[in-house]
Design a protein around this ligand. Structure first.
Ligand SMILES: Cc1ncc(COP(=O)(O)O)c(C=O)c1O
Length: 449
């Protein structure tokens, strides 16, 4: 590898960073992370900090998960790649499909379609939803409904169901036939309502209203994150997803659970849908599936959907979606190992316990720091929303939140800033001592601002 001076000189010069302005990156180049182990990362200056980001909601087992690393190394030796398009397959993909079927049994999801990441998984799920209705003779069911504030990746389909203007505006016009309802967010909503159950009920009512307005026989699917992640960690009231399930079923609309973040324990249950006892028709996964060590995802498919495809005798039933790297043997091998480790270590249970501790510790900061407007989360998905005026809920200015970030980093923890939110999503193997470290570092950052 080139030396430190080379890295600093060329930082952000020759590649554009995702979700960033190229000019801004050149003006204030990003921190260069050079090493990682356990729940820590190290920057180019040798500064070691606790990874409060979990890579990007994905390194659930930390950075030193030897079984996953060994599975990747071994599979590279056995067979680095061959495709799984019709006619050939590979051993790890077959084994993984069996393991996923067992893992997702409580959701009733029995088939997998493999992808190269979360955006791919969302795209495939949306496509399968339309195809499912066509196979059943309901070709008019092409529309999608989703939540404002949702994040479903950046492919055109995913961007079209995204609920944040930042990921839409520059790329419009997006896919026609996509509609949005308010998300069940007690802190900010158009109803001036702060009771979580009432907000959930109002949003569910609007979902039904929108389906009826569009004409139920024109709506293919409703897609939602069980706990909204990138939009600012918004956990809906427990009643919301079950109500959504009931409304979708009543109108023949498929429910897609976007589990790219929540899929493997992060929200304190093995899946987001399982938090609420809901069985979706399709679920999208990626990220934690390979512990973030390999770009890989899976769309999980329910019995009702699979029967429609598998009983179809026409060419229309053929899956016209696929990626060169679908069912990549190295990714599949990584996923088998990651699934085994996640279950062995019960990371979902740890996420629930540590998440509750983190939420309580951060919530206590509200009393001390006026700029903490809201603290919310579920499992190890936690967010502090910073405001300059608590009563008016005015989002904090960018320079102030940047100071908070710097202060937290100085105190030994890296977190993520998104708008006026500080988002915290550490590996799911953190212990109580790490939770204390995170909350103390956040307090130090708030103090520094
Ligand atoms: C809920 C959700 N869906 C989809 C995606 C897109 O995944 P990827 O970045 O792997 O394409 C993300 C990424 O953060 C996500 O949080």
């Amino acid at each position: 590898m080139r030396d430190k001076n080379f890295l600093i000189e060329n930082n952000a010069r020759h590649f554009w960073h995702p979700m960033a302005h190229p000019a801004e990156m050149q003006k204030s180049p990003p921190t260069i992370i050079t090493k990682a182990d356990g729940v820590h990362v190290e920057d180019v200056d040798g500064r070691r900090v606790l990874d409060g980001v979990g890579g990007l909601w994905c390194v659930n087992l930390g950075h030193s998960c030897e079984p996953v690393k060994a599975a990747i190394r071994d599979q590279l030796d056995i067979m680095p790649f061959f495709n799984s398009f019709r006619g050939t397959t590979n051993a790890p993909a077959i084994e993984l499909s069996y393991a996923l079927r067992e893992f997702f049994a409580p959701e009733g999801l029995t088939r997998a379609f493999f992808t190269s990441g979360g955006s791919d998984s969302v795209e495939v799920a949306l496509r399968l939803a339309r195809q499912y209705h066509k196979l059943r003779g309901e070709a008019d069911r092409v529309k999608f409904i989703s939540l404002k504030k949702a994040y479903h990746g950046t492919h055109f389909g995913g961007a079209s169901v995204n609920g944040n203007v930042n990921f839409r505006r520059a790329y419009e016009p997006l896919l026609p036939g996509c509609f949005h309802i308010p998300c069940p967010w007690p802190y900010r909503n158009p109803f001036n309502e702060s009771d979580p159950a009432k907000v959930a009920q109002l949003c569910a009512n609007l979902l039904e209203d929108e389906i009826v307005f569009q004409g139920p026989d024109t709506v293919a699917a409703f897609i939602m994150e069980p706990v909204l992640g990138a939009g600012g960690v918004i956990p809906p009231h427990d009643s919301f997803m079950p109500m959504v399930r009931e409304i979708c079923s009543r109108h023949g609309v498929l429910l897609i659970s976007d589990e790219v973040i929540t899929g493997f324990g992060r929200a304190g249950a093995w899946t987001g849908a399982r938090l609420y006892g809901v069985q979706p028709d399709l679920a999208t996964t990626a990220k934690g599936l390979t512990n973030g060590y390999f770009p890989f995802g899976a769309v999980m498919i329910s019995d009702a959907v699979r029967e429609t495809f598998e009983n179809n005798k026409s060419a229309l039933g053929s899956i016209g979606s696929g990626y060169t790297y679908s069912a990549h043997p190295v990714g599949a091998a990584a996923a088998i190992a990651a699934l085994g480790e996640m279950q062995r270590l019960n990371v979902a249970g740890n996420a629930a316990a540590r998440g509750a501790e983190l939420l309580a510790a951060l919530d206590a900061l509200k009393d001390k720091f006026e700029i903490v407007g809201d603290v919310r989360g579920r499992g190890l998905m936690v967010c502090l929303e910073l405001v300059s005026d608590r009563a008016k809920k005015t989002p904090i200015a960018k320079p102030v939140i940047n100071k908070v970030f710097d202060g937290i980093y100085e105190a030994g923890v890296i977190v993520r800033v998104s708008g006026n939110n500080i988002i915290i999503s550490p590996p799911l193997i953190v212990g109580p001592e790490h939770i204390t470290q995170i909350s103390e570092a956040v307090a130090a950052g708030l103090q520094a601002a």
